[in-house]
Write a protein that binds this ligand. Structure first.
Ligand SMILES: Cc1cc2nc3c(=O)[nH]c(=O)nc-3n(C[C@H](O)[C@H](O)[C@H](O)COP(=O)(O)OP(=O)(O)OC[C@H]3O[C@@H](n4cnc5c(N)ncnc54)[C@H](O)[C@@H]3O)c2cc1C
Length: 383
């Protein structure tokens, strides 16, 4: 083993950020990925036929309240202003999401003011529900049967493969309604889209003389011997050869179509009815609204249970599985010379800003541990 050499497994944001910080501190870092490209699930590339920037693993919008993370990503790429505005087709009509004053007025064919709408929603909310236990009860208690069925029931069922009456109330923590016409999907202070896509950001982060990137190279346990420490951003259960079973994930199938002109006039159209098999259609040229293209690329997005050969997308932490996770976490804590990081390594859904924040913090802790000759933690956060 050569001193000062570190291995990062995965070329997504988690490993790229850590690799860069270590490289800047004079460490030699090898970054490997089993895929043929960098940037992990945030990978974007131009479609050869249309030149549209496509978000290959699903649409990614950068949004955060973390000023340091916002400054960090802006130091690697030029960001364009972008506001995520989502529409939904439900019961044969198009509405704006999240449910706002426009949605309420349109759905109920009214012209309510904010205070009237508040009173109205209060009057239709299901008051027979005391302490809600399920997602369905929580939604009914907040917004009543009509809005629940139009905007939550079908979509949630398709997304999670479970009836909302089987999901916990905790998923819907706050009243999911705005009593004004604000249709910005996110509440965060900073929001934008990288002008040249996410792959370019990761490419810039990895571009350092102390970083070597090797693609189409899956991690093997024997690699550990050649390095001082390994940062592993692959699936936690896969590291331990699934010895306690497979952690549950939802996977997504994207069916791509190319059309002339404009397909749906917006970036994201959800489909709330359970009879429509897909959850949403995304039209990728609308994620770069400053560009113009004659043709358009759309993805129809289908959600289903993740099986052995599928790409894991969303951890299903809401239905049991806690014992299995605890066993893997206990194993991880006993593993020497390996840190489990990122969305797969810690089995959590993480937005990009949280991923980057955790990676920046992990790098800082790592460098301090190295300087003090102490072991680097197996986990920087508790999954
Ligand atoms: C559908 C979808 C939409 C999303 N939209 C948004 C959004 O709008 N905004 C937002 O902020 N976030 C969004 N996210 C979250 C975002 O994708 C994550 O924050 C980010 O990808 C996490 O980066 P990561 O490096 O931890 O993991 P990843 O990007 O998954 O990278 C892990 C890498 O490790 C590699 N790997 C795994 N196992 C091995 C192995 N054994 N050997 C070698 N390589 C391996 C994988 O190939 C992968 O490239 C979305 C996520 C999904 C699923």
């Amino acid at each position: 083993m050569e001193a000062n050499m570190y291995l990062c497994v995965g070329a997504g944001f988690s490993c790229a950020v850590i690799a860069r910080k270590l490289a800047e501190a004079g460490k030699k870092v090898t970054v490997i990925d089993s895929r043929s490209h960098i940037a992990g699930n945030c990978f974007t590339e131009r479609d050869a036929e249309t030149d549209v920037m496509v978000h290959t693993y699903g649409p990614h919008i950068f949004h955060t309240d973390d000023k340091e993370v916002w400054d960090y990503v802006n130091s690697w790429a030029s960001f364009k202003p972008y506001i995520n505005r989502v529409k939904t087709t439900s019961q044969g009509k198009v509405f704006s999401l999240p449910i706002n004053l426009h949605t309420i007025n349109q759905y109920f064919d009214k012209t309510l003011s904010p205070s009237e709408a508040k009173e109205f929603i209060n009057s239709i909310a299901d008051k027979s529900i005391g302490e809600p236990v399920t997602f369905e009860e929580q939604a009914m208690k907040f917004v009543g049967k009509d809005l629940y069925e139009a905007f939550f029931k079908g979509y949630t069922q398709k997304q999670w493969g479970l009836n909302p009456s089987e999901l916990p109330a905790s998923i819907l923590k706050r009243l999911p309604v705005r009593f004004n016409y604000d249709d910005n999907y996110f509440n965060h202070q900073y929001q934008g889209m990288p002008e040249d896509g996410y792959t370019k950001i990761v490419e810039n982060i990895l571009d350092h003389e102390n970083i070597e990137v090797k693609l189409e190279l899956p991690y093997e346990k024997e690699m550990l011997e050649a390095y001082e420490h390994v940062f592993y951003s692959g699936p936690l259960d896969s590291y331990f050869d699934f010895k306690h079973g497979h952690l549950s994930y939802r996977t997504l199938d994207f069916k791509q179509e190319i059309h002339d002109g404009d397909y749906q006039g917006t970036a994201v159209m959800n489909y709330g009815d359970v009879e429509v098999p897909y959850t949403r259609i995304t039209e990728h040229k609308y994620f770069s609204p400053w560009e113009s293209h004659d043709k358009t690329v759309i993805y129809r997005e289908y959600s289903r249970l993740c099986e052995a050969d599928d790409i894991p997308y969303y951890p299903i932490r809401i239905v049991g599985g806690k014992d299995m996770l605890d066993k893997y976490v206990a194993e991880a804590k006993l593993t020497k010379k390996v840190s489990f990081i990122g969305r797969l390594g810690t089995y959590r859904y993480l937005d990009m800003d949280v991923t980057i924040r955790e990676a920046l913090d992990a790098a800082e802790i790592t460098l301090s541990k190295i300087n003090n000759n102490e072991p680097v933690p197996a986990l920087f956060v508790n999954p």
